[in-house]
Design a protein around this ligand. Structure first.
Ligand SMILES: Cc1cc2nc3c(=O)[nH]c(=O)nc-3n(C[C@H](O)[C@H](O)[C@H](O)COP(=O)(O)OP(=O)(O)OC[C@H]3O[C@@H](n4cnc5c(N)ncnc54)[C@H](O)[C@@H]3O)c2cc1C
Length: 491
């Protein structure tokens, strides 16, 4: 285990005296994972209290990619009752919404079955509101810069932001989660300068250039695709839309009536992908026979996802990622009912077609984008013309190590490597980074979805909160094991 020594000059600008016994925890990324880790660590009453610095270039802590959006069509895709920052109070967000009238004026938020699906920004406001008292009290610092370099220097970490400022830390947490999407190479090469080629629809105003009657090709069919189609509908887009993905699978909606979790996948766990699939199918058949839908079964698989994932041998995990992931994704990532209604309306009006296939080639003539679509079923490629192309293939987690200089640097120096499933960063079950050269680094932790290769289901709430609690507890343990003494501080 690497030695953890508390640095007397831990942070640039630390007040004299204050820094003497104060270890520094640097959290890179202040989305939900980073903010929740900071929140739970700050409330864990460490003595001495660590200095918690969250590096996050966004204006607000706690929003991140998913919730830092003002687009009204963007809604949470898990009912509010299941999204909480407090593991022992699952309805905390729901109560916060009520206390702050946070859905006032949004008549569509409450569904007929009583479930609440507010706009995504509301959840971001909630997480931010939870952090604010800690920021005001100085327990958590928000450093508004993007980390450019992280280098090991003796027992500590040297962190350099894109503003050039250097910070020393004893523990570093990587919570940067979602890298930008990677557009298919041919599209990127040919269309990159076209005014209506949207390579990253998560950027604010990304759809602004699309005109009401434009013919739109959406590449991808998951939740981001659904967001894009719903957002276009809300701004009055009337043109035809083609959504294409390899299998043409569309994210499913929620059950018309809330379903209790059903099935048991841990008492007698499956040890192969095939056996797991069989168990899930059996449970779904059973649910159907009992007059229930598949939703409760998938919810149970999700709730037990970490336990069942961890007994699977690596080769079976890889098999799941290779063969079952697209099917899992469309059942597990469900569209909010309001978004589903927008998609259903577009299909019913004949404005939206969903195709299984890929874009084989594209070219620009005048302003029009001509695409050759290779369909999964059908012998010959189809030629189609569009005015806009939007890439919604989602964050490129497989390319995470090359997505940012500091991650590439940590990988180059042997501290990080891709998880063998390709889902994120390799780490232990304590969420400590594992590198090809250095092995386990207890002072370098991974928080949030980037750890899901090890943990299994870890993409949305409540698992993201649970994982932040685990990471915060691990940091607390690490700090306690190395409680500084005056002598150490004078080293
Ligand atoms: C579009 C979208 C919608 C979603 N909707 C839901 C939902 O409704 N319900 C649900 O349960 N889950 C949802 N999810 C799943 C989502 O993974 C989690 O809910 C959660 O938002 C993950 O947060 P995070 O902090 O791990 O990641 P992110 O949101 O990706 O946050 C990472 C943060 O790191 C920052 N960062 C990146 N690089 C650096 C750097 N070098 N230095 C400093 N900071 C950096 C970024 O600015 C960003 O704010 C959604 C995901 C996406 C992508």
């Amino acid at each position: 285990m690497n030695q953890l020594i508390v640095n007397p000059m831990t942070v640039s600008g630390a007040a004299a005296g204050e820094g003497l016994q104060q270890p520094v925890v640097a959290i890179i990324g202040g989305g939900v994972s980073g903010a929740a880790t900071a929140f739970h660590l700050a409330l864990s009453n460490q003595s001495p209290a660590p200095q918690i610095i969250v590096f996050e270039p966004r204006t607000c802590l706690g929003k991140g990619l998913a919730y830092d959006t003002t687009e009204p069509a963007h809604r949470i895709n898990v009912p509010a009752a299941r999204m909480s920052l407090l593991t022992d109070e699952p309805d905390h967000f729901l109560r916060w919404i009520t206390a702050h009238s946070a859905t006032a004026g949004d008549d569509e938020a409450l569904r007929p079955d009583g479930a609440l699906f507010p706009r995504r920004s509301v959840f971001g406001d909630y997480v931010n509101a939870m952090l604010q008292p800690l920021v005001a009290a100085g327990s958590v610092q928000h450093r508004r810069s993007a980390v450019a370099h992280v280098l090991r220097d003796g027992p500590r970490w040297s962190i350099i932001g894109d503003d050039g400022a250097q910070t020393w830390a004893d523990i570093v947490v990587i919570a940067t989660s979602h890298p930008p999407p990677v557009a298919p190479g041919q599209l990127q090469a040919v269309l990159k300068d076209h005014p209506r080629f949207v390579a990253d629809p998560t950027k604010a105003g990304a759809l602004a250039a699309i005109r009401p009657s434009d013919r739109v090709l959406v590449v991808g069919n998951g939740l981001t695709s659904a967001d894009v189609i719903a957002a276009l509908a809300l701004k009055g887009h009337q043109g035809p839309i083609t959504a294409i993905s390899r299998r043409g699978l569309r994210s499913r909606g929620h059950a018309p009536v809330a379903q209790d979790p059903a099935g048991d996948f841990v008492t007698e766990p499956a040890f192969t992908a095939r056996a797991l699939l069989k168990n899930i199918r059996t449970a779904i058949r059973q649910a159907g026979a009992d007059g229930r839908t598949w939703h409760g079964v998938i919810d149970q698989v999700r709730a037990q996802g970490q336990a069942l994932w961890q007994v699977l041998p690596l080769v079976e995990r890889q098999r799941i990622v290779r063969h079952l992931r697209p099917f899992w994704d469309v059942h597990r990532f469900r569209v909010a009912p309001q978004v589903e209604a927008a998609l259903d309306a577009a299909i019913a009006e004949g404005r939206l077609e969903i195709l299984a296939g890929s874009v084989a080639a594209s070219r620009i003539e005048a302003d029009a984008i001509h695409c050759t679509l290779r369909l999964r079923r059908g012998p010959t490629p189809v030629e189609k013309t569009y005015d806009a192309v939007v890439v919604t293939t989602g964050p490129g987690h497989g390319g995470i190590l090359g997505s940012q200089p500091f991650l590439a640097e940590l990988s180059h120096n042997g501290y990080l490597e891709l998880d063998p499933t390709g889902l994120g960063l390799f780490c232990t079950r304590n969420s400590e980074a594992i590198g090809p050269v250095v092995g386990v680094t207890p002072s370098l932790l991974i928080a949030g979805p980037l750890a899901r290769g090890t943990f299994g289901e870890l993409m949305g709430l409540p698992q993201v909160t649970d994982h932040a609690v685990l990471v915060a507890a691990r940091i607390a343990e690490c700090l306690q094991a190395h409680t500084p003494t005056t002598a150490q501080n004078q080293l």
